[in-house]
Design a binder for this molecule. Structure first.
Ligand code: ZN
Length: 299
């Protein structure tokens, strides 16, 4: 079972969060049939979304991360709620690229370094807050760090990792960490954090050693006293339902709704996030179009 944790130094100067997303990324790969490199891209973004979602203070809040670079993988999207549960997809999951000369998956080339990272926080009240930065490398961890530095003026270390089997391309381990300097941190604390960050092992190395999320935070906050703010399980969760699909369809023009069915007299809508299909018969589509027309008529 994947877990997420948030810790803070007792002097209140630094926050550290860690998440294991091994099961989440395994599920994502089963749903989307991602290649090795797109598994890594989606897995990293899912970890980042889970960490950033878990930081939202409103219970019904939702965060959406979208990376759109100029690489062959196309857009990568991850959504998380305030408990860190998440879902996502990659536009071209089948894209496969040779590894970098150092043997690492070339996520930066799959995503493309020329493009944007957008972050949308919907707190469930009023307009969502949207921030956007240009990508640094398309490797995702650096791009998230850059987002916090530029868009929110919060110095941040973001480390994300997905380990896949070299032969099969199957994801084996996945996780991420987010370490942030809080307002009021003194220069000694920042210097200590910078030393720790330079020594921090890759996330997948720590996971392979069997380290817990708490131990990972301890490593990032070495030399500080820390306390755990909260810890909980996290999962790949989709929120789609027949109701939501119907509501999405009802935003279309009634004339268009009537023509959605194929020769077999049915229309299938497939959820982008979990691949669940929802079927609508011609009769159901006609009824929906009628009710949309009635509503329009009342206005
Ligand atoms: Zn779904």
């Amino acid at each position: 079972m994947d877990r997420i944790i948030r810790c803070i130094t007792t002097d209140g100067s630094i926050m550290a969060s860690a998440v294991e997303t091994t099961d989440i990324v395994y599920t994502a790969q089963q749903i989307h049939h991602t290649s090795a490199v797109t598994t890594a891209a989606l897995g990293r973004l899912l970890s980042a979304a889970s960490l950033m979602g878990n930081m939202l203070k409103k219970k019904d809040a939702v965060i959406t991360l979208k990376i759109k670079g100029n690489g062959p993988a196309g857009a990568v999207v991850a959504i998380a709620d305030s408990t860190g549960n998440c879902r996502g997809y990659v536009e071209h999951p089948e894209v496969s690229l040779p590894n970098k000369p150092n043997g690492k998956l070339d996520v930066g080339a799959a995503v493309g370094a020329d493009g944007l990272l957008s972050v949308m926080r919907d707190l469930g009240e009023g307009e969502p807050y949207v921030g956007q930065v240009e990508l640094v490398s398309g490797e995702i961890g650096e791009d998230i760090s850059q987002y916090f530095a530029v868009s929110e003026q919060v110095p941040t270390v973001c480390a994300l990792g997905v380990l896949v089997d070299k032969e099969s391309g199957q994801s084996l381990l996945s996780g991420g960490m987010l370490v942030q300097v809080l307002p009021g941190a003194d220069s000694a604390a920042i210097a200590k954090l910078e030393r720790n960050a330079a020594l921090l092992e890759p996330v997948t190395t720590m996971l392979a050693k069997g380290m817990s999320m708490e131990e990972m935070c301890h490593q990032a906050l070495d030399g500080f006293e820390m306390e755990i703010l909260d810890e909980s399980p996290v999962k790949y969760v989709c929120t789609c339902s027949a109701d939501r699909v119907t509501r999405a369809l009802s935003t279309l023009h009634p004339g268009d709704i009537r023509t959605l069915a194929d020769e077999s007299g049915k229309m299938e809508a497939k959820c982008q996030y979990c691949a669940k299909t929802y079927e609508f018969t011609q009769e159901q589509l006609n009824q929906l179009a009628d009710s949309v027309e009635r509503e329009h008529g009342q206005k």
